[in-house]
Design a protein around this ligand. Structure first.
Ligand code: NAG
Ligand code: NAG
Ligand code: NAG
Ligand code: NAG
Length: 475
């Protein structure tokens, strides 16, 4: 009986949701209609600058905004933003960005099209092969790169990053900062859904270590495994990942895709502390490694961005490895908190009170124009495309008025990381070796590559891989 009623309730909920959805859809269609009219007006204003065409041709019809427009004549009326990367896979789409419309494509045949105004690069596949050269002075270069330097070191040097006009990176200084890219929402951060009461955690301590570590990308540039290895000599750590592995996850959670699994969260939530160690040390490079323990109500022991304090939910919400001179000291401190409930809980006050007091974090979350795992919002790639589209249009309008164009350029702080370093207390273990033999040389090499790339791009004509490598090794 109760079951039946519940079913009915679900059915009526569903009905309500469907009606609501219909209403929203209708609203959206109406809105689209409105903005299309605006597009038509604005575009015709610009016809003096963009290819002269008849006014008629600008009146694009409602259904066309949904389908991609492919005919030459349609494309010719809008600035083309050409992805120099297969990232989006879009062969051609008219995209609406506020009042502006741009044509987005990955089709490189548009390189020499006179409507092409910007090249969009994805950092991970940014290489020296066939760059869009020569670069006209109306060719903006824009870089989307959300990744750690581990991924493509040569972008992380002044000589390469400053080649770009527009950037979207993890740095707060970027034109579209992605610093909070791993945080879904303030609500999720505050949520008590997974949090386990301290009494329970204390009794779980009989079979669990105070600290958990879950990492399967071993010996990265941050040399985190050397630190954790030393830490393990002073305090017990349950390590579930491949690196320094000493405890098994249940079979069904043993693959990387299970990292966002609720059952995995439940295991981690039992711990008092989680080691949140980034794979590289750069300002503002903050990943789910920090946010996950905060979401679960576990205290993160953080190693990574030196500026992390400026992003934490409150002044007392994480333990920073950088405040301790040696892993031994850190171990002492954790042991102290482990036996002192009041001190331990002071790190969870923000969570228990639902009080995020960091205005920088709140503002960043409120003002970002993209969502994370949220289909109701644009994602950060859409936001990046639109930022460039709006800027391109801004200059089209300025030119039309006879004004000088506005200039944008990336600064060194849009994407940079210092050279990786080994920990002073570690020597000739595997972490030290991988830094000495791999990460530090590859950082130095990438700096030479960055320099050579800049040199060749500035000549502004095609260059071959051979020319590039000759220059790299000449230095
Ligand atoms: C790329 O665009 C050209 C026209 O500029 C077209 O002929 C060609 O089929 C397009 N290629 C793809 C893969 O869409
Ligand atoms: C955090 O600490 C700093 C310096 O100790 C202080 O100025 C600031 O007001 C504190 N912020 C909050 C939210 O407590
Ligand atoms: C983009 O960067 C190039 C190279 O620095 C520069 O010549 C050009 O004026 C910039 N364009 C804009 C719109 O800022
Ligand atoms: C540059 O090289 C590429 C690949 O060889 C070629 O397709 C392109 O036409 C060249 N561009 C110029 C301006 O020479």
């Amino acid at each position: 009986m109760i079951r039946m009623r519940r079913k009915k309730m679900w059915a009526s909920c569903f009905c309500f949701a469907a009606v609501f959805f219909l209403m929203v859809t209708l609203q959206v269609i109406t809105e689209l209609g409105n903005s299309e009219n605006k597009v038509a007006v604005i575009s015709s204003l610009q016809s003096g600058l963009l290819e002269p065409v008849e006014r008629q041709a600008f009146q694009f019809k409602k259904q066309e905004i949904h389908s991609s427009l492919k005919t030459e004549s349609d494309v010719n009326h809008y600035p083309i933003l050409l992805w120099w990367s297969p990232l989006t896979g879009e062969t051609g789409r008219l995209g609406q960005c506020g009042e502006d419309v741009c044509f987005f494509t990955v089709n490189k045949t548009y390189q020499h099209n006179q409507m092409t105004r910007a090249f969009l690069f994805y950092g991970t596949d940014f290489g020296i092969d066939s760059l869009p050269l020569p670069r006209e002075d109306y060719h903006d270069w824009a870089l989307f790169h959300e990744e750690s330097p581990k991924n493509n070191y040569k972008l992380f040097h002044e000589s390469t990053i400053t080649l770009f006009n527009h950037t979207a990176t993890f740095s707060r200084h970027s034109h579209l900062p992605l610093t909070t890219q791993y945080l879904e929402s303030v609500e999720i951060l505050k949520s008590l859904r997974y949090m386990i009461p301290l009494q329970t955690k204390n009794s779980l301590r009989k079979r669990l270590a105070p600290l958990a570590y879950v990492q399967s990308d071993c010996n990265p540039p941050s040399d985190r495994d050397s630190y954790v290895r030393e830490l393990m000599c002073h305090i017990e750590v349950d390590s579930y990942g491949e690196c320094l592995h000493n405890r098994d996850l249940p079979q069904h959670l043993r693959n990387p895709t299970a990292m966002d699994n609720g059952n995995f969260y439940k295991i981690l939530a039992q711990y008092k502390f989680i080691l949140a160690f980034e794979n590289a040390i750069c300002e503002d490079y903050i990943t789910e490694k920090l946010w996950r323990p905060l979401k679960l109500g576990v205290v993160p022991v953080y190693f990574g961005s030196p500026s992390v304090v400026e992003w934490l939910p409150s002044n007392k919400s994480a333990i920073l490895v950088s405040s301790f001179s040696h892993p031994r000291e850190l171990a002492h401190y954790i042991k102290r908190l482990d036996t002192n409930d009041r001190e331990y809980e002071s790190y969870l006050q923000w969570k228990l009170k639902g009080d995020i007091s960091n205005p920088r974090l709140l503002t960043a979350m409120k003002e970002r124009k993209w969502g994370v795992k949220d289909i109701t919002q644009d994602n950060y790639i859409d936001a990046f495309e639109c930022m460039v589209c709006n800027r391109v249009w801004e200059n089209i309008r300025r030119k039309e008025k006879g004004w000088l164009p506005r200039r944008w350029s990336a600064q060194v702080n849009h994407l940079s990381c210092p050279q990786p370093e080994t920990f002073w207390f570690s020597s000739s273990n595997s972490g030290w070796t991988s830094l000495q033999e791999m990460w530090i040389p590859s950082f130095k090499q990438s700096k030479r590559e960055a320099w050579a790339l800049r040199h060749l791009v500035e000549r502004n004509r095609n260059f071959t891989a051979q020319e590039f490598w000759t220059l790299v090794f000449k230095e």
